[in-house]
Design a protein around this ligand. Structure first.
Ligand SMILES: [Zn+2]
Length: 249
């Protein structure tokens, strides 16, 4: 399976998954860049997968679905042109079997897809960060991220925005002695200077450097308690404090 990046808007990535099972487009927030990308390669998509309903992930769904007459997978009818509502568990598309995970928090009905050791997690887990809480509670997002952290360490993480540099600045502030963050900052700077995406990340790398997956680590507990003396030091309380801090960062 190959994963292709189509940049959209200021910092979104639309993904095209190409395999013998077909050509799937994940989170097409805009139709035009997808039409031109496919045109240049004489390719026709066979399905659309959506992680959540926000317009920067679904703005192109209806036009692509209509033009190519292809199915649209997603949580519910908040996804435009939805044909196949899906829930946590196995999902078969053509000959391929994917795992669907329910990961609420950023929105209450956010999904993630795992296929071929690759995770497409929309706005739930970002490289060195996590999504904002629009509809869910801190506990929901915390549990969702914990669920993603249990995937095999080698799982490639394809999140939907290029936020890595800004996220790493925050990570370095709250986890200042972590050498993995410092190495990662250097690597990502090189990638971005060369005009390349900083993705995919991996679950192993996120567990080693993403503050939102490290709320049990003494350095993060100390930082959270320094920011908010009312933080009780439990992983959920550390997570809630860090998310609130990052919102103002
Ligand atoms: Zn979103």
């Amino acid at each position: 399976m190959s994963v292709h990046f189509i940049p959209a808007f200021a910092d979104n990535y639309i993904y095209v998954l190409e395999s013998r099972a077909g050509i799937w487009v994940v989170d097409p927030g805009s139709a035009d860049p997808v039409f031109s990308w496919l045109d240049q390669r004489q390719m026709k998509p066979t399905a659309i997968l959506c992680t959540h309903h926000h317009p920067d992930h679904t703005g192109g769904v209806a036009a692509l679905a209509r033009h190519f007459a292809i199915p649209v997978y997603g949580a519910n009818d908040r996804i435009p042109a939805l044909t196949h509502p899906v829930h946590a568990g196995k999902l078969t598309i053509a000959a391929a079997e994917l795992s669907v995970l329910e990961v609420p928090g950023h929105t209450r009905d956010h999904l993630a897809y795992v296929w071929s050791q690759s995770l497409f997690c929309g706005d739930t887990l970002f490289a060195a960060g996590c999504g904002r809480l629009f509809e869910g509670t801190p506990e929901m997002l915390f549990q969702s991220l914990q669920q993603l952290a249990t995937l095999p360490a080698a799982t490639r993480v394809y999140c939907a925005h290029e936020y890595t540099q800004n996220n790493l600045r925050f990570a370095a502030l709250v986890d200042p002695e972590n050498p993995v963050i410092q190495q990662r900052q250097m690597l990502v700077r090189q990638q971005r200077d060369a005009g390349e995406p900083s993705l995919p990340s991996s679950i192993g790398l996120e567990c080693a450097s993403n503050p939102f997956l490290r709320c049990h680590v003494p350095a993060l507990i100390a930082s959270a308690q320094q920011f908010d003396p009312d933080c009780d030091g439990s992983p959920l309380s550390v997570f809630t404090t860090l998310r609130c801090w990052k919102d103002q960062f």
